[in-house]
Design a protein around this ligand. Structure first.
Ligand code: BTN
Length: 246
């Protein structure tokens, strides 16, 4: 019933994207639940919303997990919440207090230390496979002011594999959360969300902006905001939020 995250471990020097590699394994019908694909380098790493994900070779952690969920499509958000929560716990093992920037970016203060890209495969109306792709800045000195790394924060270098080992350990150990009470998982995710209790600027797809306060998420994982005293929900593609400057 439970998944053994890391049951199969594939380490690659270079690949287009570990998410693609996992998708190919699944397509070939030769993929075991919990298989991990890690790469030192990606030539076509992908981020959320069609962005690219680039990283210096071997400096940072990049991997994907092929995961066969044992819950139904209406609860598909579970993995997004769980994987982000587990990153928060994992970074704590390195002395870092991370927060989740909705939907599943990992932040230290106002700087991004990692991101998650989940791709799903359905069989009819059944959730068949999820590919959990993670990119975490471990040893790089990011060029962007809005990014940071474990090295930048702690002054210590770690092997990316060391960080992955801790993450897998937590993923395996906390599965009660992944499969447990839905509202408990949602509540824990909401507690781990950053940038709450402050007025933030949001920008809609059409370019218009407004201010609101993060309240939490709805059961689909949409962001719930209080906008002028009214509760509103937004999907990931609908808005982006600009971090407070102060
Ligand atoms: C984001 O912040 O936009 C998500 C970034 C996800 C990057 C990881 S790196 C390993 C895996 N393979 C990819 O092509 N993307 C994910």
């Amino acid at each position: 019933m439970m998944t053994k995250f890391g049951s199969v471990f594939i380490q690659l020097a270079s690949v287009d994207s570990t998410n693609n590699y996992a998708a190919n394994l699944i397509q070939q019908g030769s993929c075991q639940d919990g298989s991990v694909i890690m790469a030192d380098y990606q030539t076509m790493g992908r981020g959320q919303l069609g962005n690219s994900w680039q990283s210096v070779s071997a400096a940072n952690l990049m991997f994907s997990i092929a995961f066969r969920p044992k819950y139904t499509l209406d609860e598909q958000i579970r993995l997004s919440w769980y994987s982000a929560l587990i990153w928060q716990q994992c970074l704590l093992r390195f002395g870092l207090k991370a927060q989740i920037k909705w939907p599943n970016d990992i932040y230290l203060g106002k700087q991004k230390i990692g991101g998650i890209l989940i791709e799903q495969q359905l069989k009819g109306a059944v959730l068949d496979w999820c590919i959990l792709g993670c990119g975490i800045n471990v040893n790089a000195t990011p060029e962007l002011a809005q990014a940071t790394s474990i090295f930048q924060e702690t002054g210590q270098k770690f092997k990316p594999l060391t960080v992955l080992t801790e993450y897998l350990d937590l993923l395996n150990g906390q599965q009660k959360l992944l499969y447990g009470d839905f509202l408990q998982l949602k509540g824990l995710y909401e507690e781990a969300m950053g940038f709450r209790n402050q007025l933030l600027q949001f920008e809609k797809k059409d370019g218009t902006s407004f201010s609101g306060t993060i309240v939490g998420v709805d059961p689909q994982g949409q962001l719930q905001l209080a906008v002028e005293g009214e509760l509103q929900s937004f999907a990931n593609q609908e808005i982006r939020f600009l971090l407070p400057l102060a």
